[in-house]
Design a protein around this ligand. Structure first.
Ligand SMILES: Cc1cc2nc3c(=O)[nH]c(=O)nc-3n(C[C@H](O)[C@H](O)[C@H](O)COP(=O)(O)OP(=O)(O)OC[C@H]3O[C@@H](n4cnc5c(N)ncnc54)[C@H](O)[C@@H]3O)c2cc1C
Length: 511
């Protein structure tokens, strides 16, 4: 991406360049060419969870009431009784319009030779409704949105600029502090409206499908600013990540592979999932992940397997070229070899609490996509509903902001004096051994809490201990980017542990 200048104020600040940030920016720029939109992103423009999405996006394409009702029902059934019905209905009913817009942005999804959509099936879905671009759906969406972005003169995208904290004045969000990769300093930017589109937090755990940028920054930043965080302990573990010791992130074997007919088997080549749920491989992710975890304990194994050997190889390769090629690159021939798989941290179902316009509890601050908690997913997201949520809430916030932004002004220059200059740190890129060890300890602790159900009181004391050791480091003039990132991950870990403990107290009170 070409480097663009940053001015110290912008009408709208979008933090993050995944599906939610880009879709919001494009829609808003089209509707309001008079507004300046600045997207700041932590790494390269295309480094995000969005880029890794394989399976696709769930959309009802036949305009049939029964199909809409079934998508709503499947989403609610997956969410463990915690989904907000009005949110689910809004998202499912808006899906065809958001799809239309994606197609207008030249995003392509696979079709059959008949010309009809080639709709995939995934766990928890009772109908084929997943639109996909081979097994690289997210990367296709991202690529096409980034191309569109270059045509919009009122959008500026800057890479490798990391948001550190929000600026709150008179209880409203008025901008953010960020790391400027050229000055190597923390600078400030004023914005009339700010959106957190910062994605998930998989890196808090030892093994995850999420790329290294997924460190929960948005949730931590919003929490520090006083925003409400909700249901953050609902982390979805994906049952079928390819087992490769010490890999980060883990490569995903898409859920669509099971939808295509693959089996999950143990080390004795037995299909064991039907013992837990009559849907077998097509049960929801939480159920399949737990059943795999239990089987691994029972068989004393580090992994189980996904078996594609009985499937039509030509058709499989047509649908899943990236997965097939990746397996081959590490010596697995899916025609004759089993693929070792393991459940790993995949998706953050809760996050920054937002309303149906994506507004957080802080005025002029919005959260969109995986960093937000809309009420769509409950405690377990239905597969392929997250890209959809990102698009629908990007739309909702765009409509709201276009309508309301004219009533929000920049601060008067007299008023702003002093507000934008009180975040003084020099930044170093050195990553100390000590920080690495703290991070590893946090990841071990959080993984044990979620996978082995260890006592949250123990997890709390470990997280607090690490926090007490890193807090004095912020008294110095120079801090490292990794320290800030670790502070964010620990903040999210602490929020998760707190919810676990509150849950235990509630459960005891009900006994
Ligand atoms: C392997 C994998 C497969 C998946 N498959 C599917 C699927 O098939 N279907 C589906 O619906 N969902 C899928 N998901 C989930 C889905 O991809 C994500 O939930 C969705 O893409 C999130 O989009 P987002 O815009 O909210 O966040 P992201 O796409 O993660 O974007 C976050 C952005 O924020 C930036 N950022 C973060 N912190 C900062 C900071 N401090 N300062 C500046 N920028 C920051 C990042 O650099 C990034 O650009 C999958 C996820 C993974 C990991």
């Amino acid at each position: 991406m070409e480097k663009a200048p940053i001015h110290n104020r912008t009408d709208i600040l979008v933090i993050g360049s995944g599906a939610s940030g880009l879709f919001f920016a494009l829609k808003t720029a089209q509707k309001r060419p008079d507004l300046k939109i600045l997207i700041m992103t932590k790494s390269n423009a295309d480094e995000s969870n969005t880029r890794f999405a394989q399976g696709g996006i769930a959309v009802v394409t036949d305009n049939n009431k029964i199909s809409f009702d079934k998508h709503i029902e499947d989403t609610i059934n997956a969410g463990g009784g915690l989904c907000k019905k009005n949110v689910v209905e809004m998202v499912v009913h808006q899906a065809p319009d958001r799809l239309k817009e994606l197609l207008e942005f030249n995003v392509e999804f696979d079709k059959k030779s008949s010309g009809d959509w080639d709709l995939g099936l995934e766990g928890g879905h009772t109908q084929h409704r997943i639109l996909h671009h081979k097994d690289i759906s997210g990367s296709e969406i991202l690529k096409k949105l980034l191309i569109q972005l270059q045509r919009m003169p009122n959008i500026t995208l800057v890479e490798e600029h990391i948001i550190f904290d929000l600026i709150i004045h008179n209880s409203r969000c008025i901008g953010a502090y960020y790391y400027h990769n050229e000055s190597k300093k923390i600078e400030s930017i004023q914005a009339r409206m700010t959106l957190l589109c910062t994605g998930g937090s998989g890196q808090i755990f030892k093994h995850t499908t999420n790329p290294v940028i997924a460190t929960g920054d948005g949730v931590a930043i919003a929490h520090r600013a006083g925003a409400e965080i909700k249901e953050i302990k609902y982390v979805q573990f994906h049952p079928t990540a390819l087992f490769e010791k010490d890999k980060n992130p883990y490569f995903l074997i898409s859920e669509a592979v099971r939808g295509f007919g693959a089996y999950i088997v143990n080390n004795k080549n037995e299909r064991f999932l039907f013992e837990t749920d009559s849907r077998g491989e097509l049960a929801t992710r939480d159920i399949v992940s737990r059943a795999i975890g239990a089987e691994m304990e029972k068989q004393h194994c580090e992994y189980v397997f996904i078996d594609c050997r009985h499937l039509d190889y030509e058709k499989f390769y047509q649908h899943f070229p990236t997965i097939t090629d990746y397996c081959r690159s590490i010596g697995i021939d899916i025609r004759k070899d089993l693929i070792p798989i393991v459940p790993v941290a995949h998706y953050q179902c809760g996050g920054i609490k937002v309303d149906m316009d994506s507004q957080t509890s802080i005025p002029n601050l919005f959260a969109v996509g995986e960093c937000s908690r809309t009420g769509l997913h409950g405690n377990n997201r239905l597969a392929s509903n997250s890209l959809l949520e990102a698009l629908v809430y990007a739309h909702q916030s765009s409509e709201y902001i276009c309508d309301k932004i004219d009533s929000v002004s920049f601060l008067d220059p007299n008023e702003s004096e002093g507000i934008f200059s009180n975040y003084q740190y020099n930044i170093t890129l050195n990553y100390s051994e000590e920080l690495r060890n703290f991070k590893a300890l946090m990841q071990e602790t959080m993984t044990a809490l979620f996978i082995k159900n260890t006592n949250p009181v123990e997890a709390k004391s470990v997280i607090e201990e690490i926090l007490s050791k890193i807090t004095p480091l912020f008294q110095k003039d120079t801090i490292s980017l990794q320290l800030k990132e670790l502070q964010n991950m620990l903040a999210v870990a602490e929020l998760m542990v707190k919810e676990f403990l509150e849950n235990n107290i509630k459960a005891r009170a009900q006994q």
